[in-house]
Design a binder for this molecule. Sequence first.
Ligand code: NAD
Length: 358
Amino acid sequence: MGAPSSFGTHHEQVVFCHDEASGLRAIIALYSTALGPGLGGTRFFPYASETDALADVLNLSQGMAYKNALAGLDLGGGKAVIIGDPRTDKSEALLRAYGRFVQSLNGRYFTACDVGTYSIDMDVIARESDFVTGRTVDHGGAGDSSVLTAFGVYQGMRASAQFTWGDQSLAGKRVGIAGVGKVGRHLAAHLVEEDARVVVTDIDSEAVARLVQQYPSIEVAESTDALIAADLDVYAPCALGGALDEKSLETLTAKVVAGAANNQLAHEGIGKLLSDRGIVYAPDYCVNAGGVIQVADELDPSGFSFERAKARATGIFETTLSVLERAASEDITTAEAADRQAEQRIREIGRLGQIRLP
Ligand code: NAD
């Protein structure tokens, strides 16, 4: 995935939304609707400038186009950012003003939760718009998407084990998880249930304590650096982006990297460094698609079904395996293989709209 143009010239549509009275300043970006309406969350973040917000939304919407395509969804890539501090600037009026702008796109963009927005916010936005997912269970929504995000990462990790060791079982493997927030703690639970040896770290010591109380077999590393340098089979970055850089590669012992965090490679060259060292990197947007699969299921005419969404997220195993195999057979990095696979689907399925229906 190349870097998006700073003016969004590769994007179909970029909409600036402004409502002075409520303080709303938002940008909605649609990278591609070749496969269907753009689906992606709304990030509420105190960007230092509009330029920073624009760069982020262009990048994130492109990422969603690739993620949704690779996940096999009939959905394009979109994303939105609201400029402001969610703790102090969020109000009913602001969210509903934003909802009216989402509605104005008439279904070209469906929104969802992201950093700084929650299911209860989606319920408020949905009072003005029909094009909202990630709503609370009480409102017919999918609720907390981290449940299937973690399940999908677990599937991608098993596929990576199959590719690396010829056996998908993680029993007995030592797995290090950096970040045991919403996704990391569910992932830890899947791994403990499979008798993997789990080591975790988090800057939030209470999050670690809660998890260890629930699963006393879990070991704790004192920092992410210590975790990376520990004797691991699998490393799962589940905190912030940029987890893999030259410094972390110096000490990383794991043979497999598979985690939930977005944008794990600090830059594109890291993918090559990983493959040169024989480390199998399961591309982030391939394995963390369970959350978008979960909220996309809300769009089914029959309403949300957790079981149907879970069955689809199980497919992340096959998708990951095919990406890893493609990288090996085409002698490219796994990140490049994921991009090629996503672009191929956007091209091959996206063009079907050219067959005119009566
Ligand atoms: P979260 O905020 O609930 O959890 C993140 C955890 O990482 C927190 O406990 C935090 O204390 C910890 N953390 C932050 N900085 C750290 C550091 N330097 N070292 C160790 N721990 C650190 O977020 P989440 O929903 O669990 O998401 C985790 C990652 O997965 C994020 O990168 C997110 O973008 C990505 N992701 C999440 C979803 C989802 O459905 N929640 C879907 C796709 C991708």
